[in-house]
Ligand binder design. Sequence first.
Ligand code: UDX
Ligand code: UDX
Length: 434
Amino acid sequence: MHITIIGAGYVGLVTGACFSEFGVFVTCVDKDKNKVESLNQSVIPFYEPGLEELVKRNVRQGRLKFTTDIGEAVEESLVIFIAVGTPPRGDGSADLIYVDEVAKEIANHIKSYKVIVTKSTVPVGTGERIRKIISQHLREEIDFDIVSNPEFLREGAAIEDFMRPNRIVIGAKSQQAAAIMRDLYKPLYLIETPFVITNIETAELIKYASNSFLAAKISFINEMANLCEKVGADVNVVAKGMGLDGRIGSKFLHAGPGFGGSCFPKDTRALLKIASDNNIELGIVNAAVKANERQIMTVSEKIKSALNDVKGKTIAILGLSFKPNTDDIREAPAVSIIQNLLNAGANIKTYDPVAMDNAKAVLPQITYCSDAYEACEDADAVVILTEWNQFRNLELAKLMKILKQPYFFDLRNIYDPQKMKETGFKYYSVGRSL
Ligand code: UDX
Ligand code: UDX
């Protein structure tokens, strides 16, 4: 089978590379000419473990190619995935300008039956919107179907999540389109991956509901962490005790500085907008968003009050990406926390294994270092914001020597409070009183 993926970003590129690994012939279309050229050289424009090798192998074997020419790609494909960005607008709604543009371009080029699939996270009702746009712009009466096939890829684990998904969700009106999608996903079908086949609106909502629930879980444990600090409890043990209940599950109960990334913040806000457009109150999702905004402020205040006053003080920030194994700093808590500390007069030195180039565009005024120890040299405090593995075993004795003051803010709870105290640090974490 031959498919087209429109939008070679995180979602589109991983989806295209993984399908080509299944033996599908994939053409990835992107309007960004430079991106297309570097991808045809198998140069990946962002960090995603394993992706470069996957792209290289499938480009070499002729199953994966990149182009800016949407016409040729659409003509030779039976299935066309829309994986362009759906950035949030000021009011929280997802901006569908790129989706609309791509729908018109598809309409201008289809000459035979096609299945058009929304892979990007799109508001409920977007399938119908795309159907109308294509019908209006078709040059002749051509049969086509719309399918919603939302992605559940986690950055840093996207290939794993594609190859071994918990489920495949397919929203389709026509049996024929659903059958074609089953055929496309046959390799996963054979390993008994559960399929949820439903209507388009339901499939569109499953994605928002899943991400919003995960975000609510994180906000729940972050609020529990704040209470733990007051009552002398340990949030990690609370999370363990909760998670052993099969109905709760242990995942996504790690307290921290709040959730970031290009999905949870965007998808929760978009879902709230969809709800308010339909006069429905989603109090729990709203509370999760507000709790997340509070959490970022809470941890910033924790640093400022512990140091008494950060004005003129040097703070070493370890980790800028919104989570490990990605260079993505979109809505990363680190960006807000650093801006907060800069506003209070602090000097910031930082190190992140892969996200510093992206951060320089947003935070040009801070000092970027070549490793964690250079960042900590002469600093009044060290703050761990992203739990990269290389920050889990810092040489503590060396840190004690090079820090000007022994303040250690472990905002991802990766160190043992007792041990840190014994080493002589003024140690702070999230939800664990010493
Ligand atoms: C984003 C969101 O992060 C994700 O939650 C949503 O499901 C899909 O949109 P992502 O892959 O991260 O996914 O988007 P982005 O990294 O912005 O890549 C979008 C790509 O589409 C870019 O390469 C852009 O050049 C390309 N594009 C955009 C087109 O080719 N044509 C367009 O009209 C618009
Ligand atoms: C998420 C969803 O997991 C994925 O299914 C969806 O397709 C896209 O959005 P992603 O945004 O890449 O994936 O990151 P994820 O691993 O979910 O983490 C999101 C944020 O929550 C990160 O900032 C992370 O640090 C934070 N987080 C996650 C916590 O603070 N605590 C946790 O226990 C888990």
